[in-house]
Design a protein around this ligand. Structure first.
Ligand SMILES: Nc1ncnc2c1ncn2[C@@H]1O[C@H](COP(=O)(O)OP(=O)(O)O)[C@@H](O)[C@H]1O
Ligand SMILES: [Mg+2]
Length: 383
């Protein structure tokens, strides 16, 4: 069942919204976190909230890996959503299409094949033109959320991350027509995030917002409000990862068992020499997150592959969860409560979620390191 409305995440929403209020700073916020943790849901909610504060908020999902710029521009025109007073989503898309028409000439969609070379050559400039036009046509200013931002760059055929970041930072520092401008990049692709940092003109061009597990109260609320299933018996087994939580609520233990089997297969698929290098680290990861700088050179490649496969993640230790619940934001507790916020940089490698953590422990024969694992496996075998 789809649950598009934001449930819980109050602290995360207010932190993200604050980060996105235009302040004329160059730092471009990048939201990262494991797949299915709720980045898209939170980013759309922040955009909506900023529109309540009088900004025009655009949400631009680039959900498919467009293989050429023509397909990319078609997708931009078709999928953009906006929150702007007096503008429906259809009207917002029409506005984006009109703006592209202004930049590319009338009938651009029909002429795409003949525009291919130009799109390839000037792709980044056209994206800039589009963002400038949106800002100019706004009242106070715009906030632009680009979801799965790695696909935008790939669609433009661009290796020029430096130019892309510079473009966004310039617009933030010197917004067109004196309007306010702020961007948010959202990505679940860690290698993209890493490249952003490697290729940024300097580290002050980026600000990482990490999204980790929901708190226990938010997890309970999510199940109550989005699913009509009875509350799962072992909430602590699955933790605050929305997708896994709902899968478990819907399928019961079998949902968890099939995930454990899948991740074990992933780990078994590593080549023997990769396995050897990774096993030592994985045994540690079953117990606690590991600072990235402590990962030895040989283990890096195989661990990278497990990150790409969604078994592991790079995370921010303050908001990770996975090993224990993130603290609720009660009783005036402000610092590092909730499950996400600005993070100086991703500092640890860890399982992507608690089910992956069990699979990791089992795969390296260290079930005893995860209290729930033995009982769970007995349940899986009985099933
Ligand atoms: N705070 C939330 N409230 C309601 N549903 C949520 C929340 N977080 C995640 N979900 C649900 O979990 C699923 C995955 O969330 P999504 O935002 O797409 O994750 P991501 O973008 O990080 O991959 C979606 O179906 C969404 O409905
Ligand atoms: Mg998403």
């Amino acid at each position: 069942m789809e649950c598009r409305r934001l449930v819980g995440r109050a602290a995360e929403l207010s932190r993200l919204t604050r980060l996105l209020e235009p302040r004329g700073l160059r730092a471009v916020p990048v939201m990262v976190g494991p797949s299915g943790i709720g980045k898209t849901t939170l980013a759309r909610a922040a955009a909506r909230r900023l529109s309540d504060e009088g900004l025009d908020a655009y949400y631009i999902p680039v959900l498919t890996r467009a293989t050429d710029p023509a397909a990319l521009f078609r997708e931009l025109a078709a999928s953009t959503e906006a929150w702007r007073s007096g503008l429906s989503s259809d009207a917002a898309r029409a506005l984006v299409a009109r703006t592209l028409e202004k930049l590319l000439g009338s009938g651009w969609e029909q002429r795409l094949p003949s525009l291919a070379a130009r799109l390839q050559r000037e792709g980044l400039g056209l994206v800039r033109g589009l963002l400038e036009e949106l800002a100019k046509s706004s009242g106070r200013g715009v906030v632009v959320v680009i979801d799965e931002a790695q696909n935008l760059l790939q669609g433009l055929g661009l290796s020029d991350l430096w130019g892309f970041l510079k473009l966004l930072a310039d617009l933030q520092e010197n917004p067109p027509a004196g309007k306010e401008f702020h961007a948010l990049l959202v990505t679940s692709d860690y290698s993209f995030q890493l490249r952003l940092y490697q290729e940024a003109p300097s580290p002050d061009y980026l600000e990482t917002f990490y999204l980790g597990e929901m708190t226990r109260e938010d997890a309970e609320r999510l199940l109550d409000e989005c699913d009509s299933y009875p509350r799962p018996e072992h909430l602590d087994l699955v933790g605050g990862h929305p997708v896994h939580l709902r899968r478990y609520a819907a399928m019961g233990l079998e949902g968890v068992c099939s995930e454990v089997r899948k991740y074990r297969q992933w780990l078994a698929a590593l080549r023997p020499e990769e396995r050897r290098a990774a096993v030592e680290v994985l045994a540690l990861l079953a117990e606690k997150p590991l600072p990235i700088e402590e990962v030895g050179y040989e283990a890096r490649g195989p661990l990278e592959a497990l990150v790409r496969g969604g078994v592991l993640q790079y995370g921010c230790s303050s908001y990770l969860g996975v090993y224990r619940w993130n603290p609720e934001c009660r009783e005036g507790r402000r610092l590092a409560c909730g499950g996400g916020g600005v993070c100086g940089g991703l500092d640890v490698i860890a399982p992507a979620h608690r089910v992956a953590r069990i699979a990791v422990a089992v795969a390296v024969g260290r079930e005893e390191l995860v209290a729930e694992a033995t009982r769970l496996l007995a349940g899986c075998e009985a099933a």
